[in-house]
Design a protein around this ligand. Structure first.
Ligand code: NAD
Length: 267
């Protein structure tokens, strides 16, 4: 069965990659490309390939009503993502949302609308399968190595620190090791911040920002006479594509919105 896909944010860095991946997948068909930047040019040609008869449009609702896709993939901006997901649900289109920064209230509202109308979808802040596995492995390791610090490394255009993935890792490890207390309380920081940020009074998070990096993370566990390092590297935006394609296929069988790619990987 062919799955018809519309991409919102089609001219952005992620949107372009998603359009390319959908065009190349045998079981998916790109039927709509929406971006506020408009352009009206064919998305296939814009991406350096052949024309596919899909001009980039700037009115999401009109495109949804005319193209009637099965799935809408959203990589736009936090201010637009929630409204886009609600518009998609109104047209019975399954949202696959990668845009980060939606509020908890917005996510709750979207999941509620989807639950009532029995429409599947996913909201995931990280579609890199390796990053999701890294968190899963870290949770397993934390049961035997409760002392841990996290180093995350990103390109120097990233605005927020620490990364959402580092916070999610710390949260998952904290839940796994329960009330374990880590580290000395009377450390002296000669340079403020030298020991990184402290998550919930426990795990230290260190953020590195440099040109040349994409998105990387090391979770370093220390035990008696040994250390264990779990590392994930997103070398390019292509790293997110297998997870996004997996989500597009899997939401077709869902009747509610799930949060996080892990919900689809470890069902
Ligand atoms: P970008 O700025 O390159 O692209 C965003 C695009 O959205 C732009 O082309 C912009 O014109 C368009 N846009 C803005 N408002 C819109 C609207 N209302 N309707 C349609 N298009 C609209 O950004 P990017 O690097 O592609 O990242 C996009 C989002 O994806 C960010 O929130 C980023 O944090 C997130 N992201 C998530 C993952 C993940 O795995 N979930 C991975 C990378 C990036």
């Amino acid at each position: 069965m062919m799955i018809n896909v519309l991409v919102a944010g089609a001219l952005g860095k992620m949107g372009r990659e998603v359009c390319k991946s959908v065009i190349s997948a045998g079981d998916l068909r790109l039927v709509g490309a929406v971006d506020v930047r408009g352009e009206e040019q064919d998305i296939g040609a814009l991406l350096g390939g052949e024309e596919i008869g899909v001009p980039v449009k700037n009115d999401l609702e009109e495109e949804l009503s005319q193209k009637r896709p099965d799935v809408m993939v959203d990589f736009t901006v936090p201010e637009a993502a929630a409204a886009n997901a609600k518009t998609a649900l109104r047209w019975k289109v399954r949202p696959v949302v990668g845009t980060t920064g939606m509020s908890a209230g917005e996510i709750k509202e979207i999941t509620e609308i989807a639950r009532e109308s029995k429409i599947g979808g996913i909201i995931a802040p990280n579609f890199a399968i390796g990053a999701v596995l890294m968190i899963n492995f870290a949770v397993q390791a934390a049961k035997y190595f409760p002392c841990v610090e996290i180093i995350e490394l990103h390109h120097d255009q990233k605005l927020d620190a620490p990364s959402g993935t580092a916070l999610k890792t710390a949260q998952a490890i904290t839940a796994a090791r329960e009330d374990f207390q880590q580290g000395m309380r009377s450390e002296i920081e000669k340079l403020p911040g030298a020991r990184g940020g402290c998550f919930n009074g426990g795990i230290r998070l260190h953020s590195i920002r440099l040109p040349g990096l994409v998105a990387h993370q090391e979770v370093i566990f220390g035990g008696v006479g040994q250390t264990l390092t779990i590392r994930h590297d997103s070398i390019s935006r292509e790293s997110f594509m297998p997870g996004i394609l997996l989500a597009i296929r899997k939401v077709m069988k869902l009747d509610k919105i799930v949060l996080g790619l892990e919900s689809l990987l470890f069902e």
